[in-house]
Design a protein around this ligand. Sequence first.
Ligand SMILES: Cc1cc2nc3c(=O)[nH]c(=O)nc-3n(C[C@H](O)[C@H](O)[C@H](O)COP(=O)(O)OP(=O)(O)OC[C@H]3O[C@@H](n4cnc5c(N)ncnc54)[C@H](O)[C@@H]3O)c2cc1C
Length: 381
Amino acid sequence: MTDRYDVVVAGLGAMGSASAYHLAARGLRVLGLEAFAPHHALGSWHGDSRIIRELYFEHPLYVPLAQRAYELWEELERESGEPLLTINGGLMIGPREGMLIAGTLRSAAEHGLPAELLSPAEVRARFPAYELEDELVAVLDPRAGFLRPEACVDAHRALAARRGAELRYEEPVLAWEPDGDGVRVHTARGTLTADRLLLSAGAWTRALLPGLDLALEVERQVTFWFDPPADDDRYEPARCPIYAWEHTSGYIGYGFPRLERGVKAALMHQGETSAHPDEVCRAVEEAEVEPLRAALRKMLPGVASAPVRGHAVCLFTNTPDEDFAIGFHPAHPQVLVSSPCSGHGFKFASAIGELHADLLTEGTSRFDLTPFRLERLMGDG
Ligand SMILES: Cc1cc2nc3c(=O)[nH]c(=O)nc-3n(C[C@H](O)[C@H](O)[C@H](O)COP(=O)(O)OP(=O)(O)OC[C@H]3O[C@@H](n4cnc5c(N)ncnc54)[C@H](O)[C@@H]3O)c2cc1C
């Protein structure tokens, strides 16, 4: 005899915790399995802060998903009683003709959302930490801000458990196989069966799909915390919006105001890539901060010159086009595969948990998932 569940969720990070919450809310018998201890820094959801923004420069199709995510984060905040979301605005910074500014304005226009275009002087007058070089402009996204990822994951897990989900830690899924219309799941502690399996294992997703060979690449992403003088209040959340900035054509950096550990900043998609998370170097060399400092000098000089207080290595799971990967396994429709990352998935986790629950219970979602289909990552898509 093995235990039987309606849904097994493999991975309880950003997406898995939200999915367990929404599935349990629908009265399903849910088992969530997490490979590591409840709090770990090996995946993609640690590091104190995640940007949320509504004006999506990547593509306007993400805007409705972001709007649903805002609603659900606010609901989760109310239900959990925990502070999860801070709206302090966001500056999208770059050359006027660059992809970030053009894409942000396109999203605003397509969805009729407010977007203020600001010159360097206007930015400086309102947000004094920012000293943009003359050729740069900024668009203010008034609904942008940041989430507390550890608190968000904790809240989803706690409320999933309160609704009856069974959540187990330090029990990795090792393998799975179809079992009639259902699935048999082998873990480090035994075997169980379920009607459905959700693979939400982040950077480990590809390793759980032998034979599928999805074009998912793991990228090492280093973030740094800087420590400007404690009496300099220009970096406080109320005066310092989050930002994304196109520091080199096509390349984005991002950062946050001062939180408990300091002022966090990073350059995206500049890290080494690997096929498997175990191959990622977790140590950080002192000199690795220099490209970030050089880029920050052009818009946040006070941060660029501040001492480093800490760093973290985190993992991106990238698709070649940087859109998400969400879809049923092409040969086994009882298995839903989901990797909404490429470095920008966290903000959507609340909505993606709901979307997963819709797919797993009704087979459809109200969102257009065509850009996220797995087939495009399989060589013949
Ligand atoms: C440094 C950094 C900064 C980021 N900044 C932002 C941002 O500002 N805004 C934003 O929207 N997004 C951001 N992201 C992206 C976002 O964090 C990811 O898109 C999101 O965490 C992906 O969620 P996930 O559930 O797919 O993976 P994860 O959150 O990593 O969760 C996967 C979980 O599965 C577990 N697991 C792995 N293998 C197994 C197994 N075999 N069995 C059971 N469990 C397993 C892992 O331990 C992990 O806990 C950032 C990512 C990084 C790394």
